[in-house]
Design a binder for this molecule. Structure first.
Ligand code: PSU
Ligand code: MN
Length: 312
């Protein structure tokens, strides 16, 4: 009997450029779309989207920005598709891995997080992914003692053999708890040129990384060695470039304000990060936006270098 709904794999649409690169063994770097649709303001997001793709190309790899549009998981966006994701009136949902199947089967659209981008990248045969920040274990909101808000990014990394290059996670999360969950799930955490785990806007969270690497060849060697024993992902933590690191006092003040805001407005779940980001961006007069853009560009540049190493 013919099935009515085609399997999800039939709805995976690769751009010709990405398909050719994968067929020819050319390095490919996956890029997520939530960072554009929910992490950066309209206008700025499209410029950053183009800049990230350009950065990957300059590094000798092919960019594959990933999103779901009209029920199709797109691996590599056309100019028009990238514009649609970044449009001020795009109104895209933020799709974590749990949302992918439903959105694809029901013909919906949305932007992909680290969890869903990594999963789609792996399904497409892409092993390297560059982004900004990872989701993690949330801190309990004021007035509560526990949280069940643990990002699906961690579960996806536990099961998906993809290298994720990021600048750690924001200090709005419980960073020690997040590192524990990564350890439980056998996800190696590498510090790039640092012994400290970074916290997005700041170069150090005050916590050490278990392993330090100092060049793309070392990263590629670790990924290859890890692959022989485990199917989990690898996290490469690359601190924000020194000249764009935020002032720690300003950072700490905005964080405290942001947490208050989230609690007072009764914001929950997937909306927490976008609301906090928006507060940082407006209240810092754009300083956090510059830091955000530059750290993602730096991560994507590094991702391209590692992808080239792995492809050679
Ligand atoms: N951290 C950021 N910027 C972001 C995100 C995280 O600094 O845009 C996005 C990423 O797409 C990440 C997702 O995968 O938020 C995690 O969301 P949640 O905590 O709801 O799982
Ligand atoms: Mn969450």
């Amino acid at each position: 009997m013919r099935s009515v709904i085609s399997p999800a794999s039939h709805r995976l649409a690769m751009s010709a450029e990405v398909a050719d690169a994968l067929a020819d063994g050319v390095a490919v770097v996956a890029l997520e779309s939530t960072i554009l649709s929910h992490g950066l303001p309209p206008g700025r997001n499209l410029d950053v989207g183009h800049r990230l793709e350009r950065t990957v190309r300059e590094g000798g790899a092919v960019p594959a920005t990933i999103a779901v549009l009209d029920g199709q998981a797109l691996i590599g966006l056309s100019r028009a598709q990238l514009e649609r994701v970044c449009a001020p009136d795009a109104d895209l949902d933020k799709l974590s891995l749990r949302d992918l199947g439903a959105t694809m089967a029901l013909g919906g659209s949305g932007a992909t997080t680290v969890a869903s981008t990594a999963s789609l990248a792996h399904a497409a045969g892409i092993g390297v992914f560059g982004t900004g920040g990872l989701g993690g274990v949330h801190l309990p909101l004021p007035g509560t003692t526990t949280t069940w808000d643990v990002s699906a990014d961690l579960g996806a990394l536990a099961r998906t053999p993809v290298l994720v290059v990021c600048s750690g996670m924001k200090s709005i999360l419980d960073i020690p708890a997040t590192l524990e969950v990564l350890e439980t799930n056998s996800v190696p955490v590498l510090g790039y040129g640092t012994d400290d785990f970074p916290s997005f806007y700041l170069r150090s969270s005050g916590l050490p990384v278990p392993h330090r690497v100092d060049d793309p060849a070392q990263v590629a060697a670790v990924v290859s060695a890890h692959r022989r024993f485990a199917d989990s992902g690898v996290l490469l933590a690359n601190p924000v470039p020194r000249e764009f690191e935020m002032d720690r006092a300003l950072h700490d003040r905005l964080l405290a304000e942001g947490m208050e805001l989230v609690a007072s407005r009764d914001v929950h779940g997937a909306d927490v990060t976008p609301v906090l980001l928006e507060h940082f961006h407006t209240a810092s007069g754009g300083v956090s936006l510059d830091a955000n853009e530059e750290l993602v560009v730096s991560n994507v540049r590094l991702a391209a270098q590692v992808a080239v190493e792995l492809a050679s």
